[in-house]
Ligand binder design. Structure first.
Ligand code: FMN
Length: 161
């Protein structure tokens, strides 16, 4: 069957998502981050979440080797950080406001929620790998507007007021 990948991608973009940054601890202060919208919850007990990474990504090997990563759910205040960590080869967290975590990989300051994860499993997912993380610690802010991604563009939720 012939498949128009570009059209497929555009159709998938009709599903609005939140945006997350996943970080992993490198050697010394060489932490790495990647912007994703493939984050989703999997299980409450045990507490599992998943996200997917492109096998062609520069960051693929770093995240495959990582025994732990931190997931930060982004607010509208993070749009620039999200764009930066979505650029080809731009995985450095230098200059980004970070919070230390007990597990190691830093969280983004002012994230709506953070999940510190140990790598539970990696599954094949075509040209992506599916990473399942076991949440060992989490935190949530009481307020904050989520960053939204829809049809290739950033947006925000309507306030309804
Ligand atoms: C909103 C948004 C969501 C994204 N979601 C994912 C994702 O779930 N998985 C992924 O591998 N890349 C995703 N990307 C692409 C990566 O952030 C990044 O652009 C890509 O990894 C850059 O290539 P490199 O890793 O080879 O440097 C997303 C980009 C944007 C802007």
């Amino acid at each position: 069957m012939s498949f128009d990948t570009r059209a497929f991608r555009q159709a998938l973009g009709c599903f609005p998502t939140g945006v997350a940054v996943i970080t992993t601890a490198g050697d010394g202060a060489d932490h790495k981050g990647i912007t994703v919208n493939s984050f989703t919850s999997v299980s409450l007990d045990p507490p599992l979440v998943l996200w997917c990474i492109d096998r062609k990504s520069d960051r693929f090997t770093a995240f495959m080797k990582a025994s732990a990563y931190t997931i930060s759910l982004l607010g509208t205040v993070h749009e620039d950080v999200s764009s930066r960590l979505a650029k080809q080869g731009a995985h450095s967290l230098d200059g980004i406001d970070l919070i230390h975590t007990k597990l190691g990989p830093p969280a983004l300051a002012d994230a709506l929620a953070i999940f510190e994860c140990e790598s539970e499993a990696v599954h094949q997912g075509g040209d992506h790998a599916i990473l399942v993380g076991r949440v060992v610690r989490f935190a949530k802010r009481e307020a904050g507007a989520p960053l939204v991604f829809f049809q290739g563009r950033y947006g925000a939720l309507a306030s309804g007021e």
